[in-house]
Design a binder for this molecule. Sequence first.
Ligand code: AMO
Length: 441
Amino acid sequence: MVKNLAALADGPVTVSGWVETVRDQKKVQFIVLRDESGAVQLVTPATRELVEDDPTSAAKLALTETISGLAHGSFVSVTGELKHDERVKLGGLEVKISALEVLSAANPETPIASDSSLDKRQDWRFLDLRNPKQNLIFKIQTTFLHAMREYWVDNDFIEIHTPKLMASASESRAELFEVEYFDTTAYLAQSPQFFKQMAQSAGFGKIFEVGPAFRADPSFTSRHATEFTSVDSEISWIDSHEDVMKLHEELIVAGFSAVKAKHGEAIKDLFDVEITVPATPFPRIPLAEAKQIIKERGYEVPRADDDMDPEGERQIAAYVRETYGHEFVFLTDYAASIRPFYHMRHADNPALTNSYDLIFNGVEISTGAQREHRVDVLEAQMRDKGMEPKELDFYLDFFRYGAPSHGGFGMGLARVLMLMLHESSIREVTYLFRGPTRLAP
Ligand code: AMO
């Protein structure tokens, strides 16, 4: 690998990778060769014609011509002499080529360039991903998930994998993908919601799942996909949603600490972003209060349904940044009218729920709540939402045989990465994006 060259002494080496650039000068040729670990400069004197009394000149001429004809993106293997030289800007070393073999030639026409549109880059995602900046995103994602997984495992959480083929909706009846399923209809899971709650009644205590979620959402915003990776966790024996927020912020801190330690410098170099590990506790503001705060700052949320809108999220984030110097804020105690039937309502005010949204840099990344575990109350809350309890009898059964108090959250992985790296769309940080008009590649 290219990165291993730095540790080697001067001498013969073999290295392979993609041709990034060729500088074909009259007397000398340079190649920048890249693999997923980094880039190195290769150099060779150019031989432009046969020299009669030099028996090696035919081979030299062939090498020069091969290099002149190399297309960007070709995959080559090179043998040569490694030389450490501080004057070489790229990593302070160079390989003088003695032999070069083209293992897989690239088409000379490169279909995308750095200024291609996002849509065009999505068409050629595998080429787009060769860009070191794109590559880094997936290293960051790996580190972020690994750190959270380490937290879960160290704290005795059990990992579950809930089915993605469902007999019913898992959130609302809207945004449901239907699938032909033998002689019936199945639905793609919008969330692991019901089955992560089932784990609480099954006595698992604390669980997590990282998996796909599907939403037939026709919107073209920078934060919506029709398939996304959902990070979910659910815990038993809680007193309120405060316990869930505590878990949530500890996971975020674990993830951000690991990302900063491992990739902080590379993120600064490639994204010009300084990763901040957020201080705990994150600010918590009841939604009604948050709306009042932004109203006093001159922005009134236009929605009549008590929810926050994207501009409201940006406004409250700006307030939190100014007041607490924090990038995260929990907006809490949403109205029952805009929350699902399974959110627990306040004992003293059933118009409000024990729930929250987590806002990061002005965008919602997560929803969490304490769940209603008393089956009679659950049934009443379903009816209140115009639902017929019979429809979800399998779910209600989870609460008919002794169910612990519990709560949890679901978090969109791509949204976290987008906001962490100040990217403009989740399409930039999703391996292969799925949207209303994007099903391929
Ligand atoms: P909610 O529907 O708010 O809650 O989703 C949780 C989080 O998932 C992400 N998300 C999306 N990401 C990309 N594209 C989408 N179309 C999309 N929809 C949602 C967001 C969002 O905050 N069951 C509850 C969670 C819970 O209470 O545990 C749920 O799914 O980051």
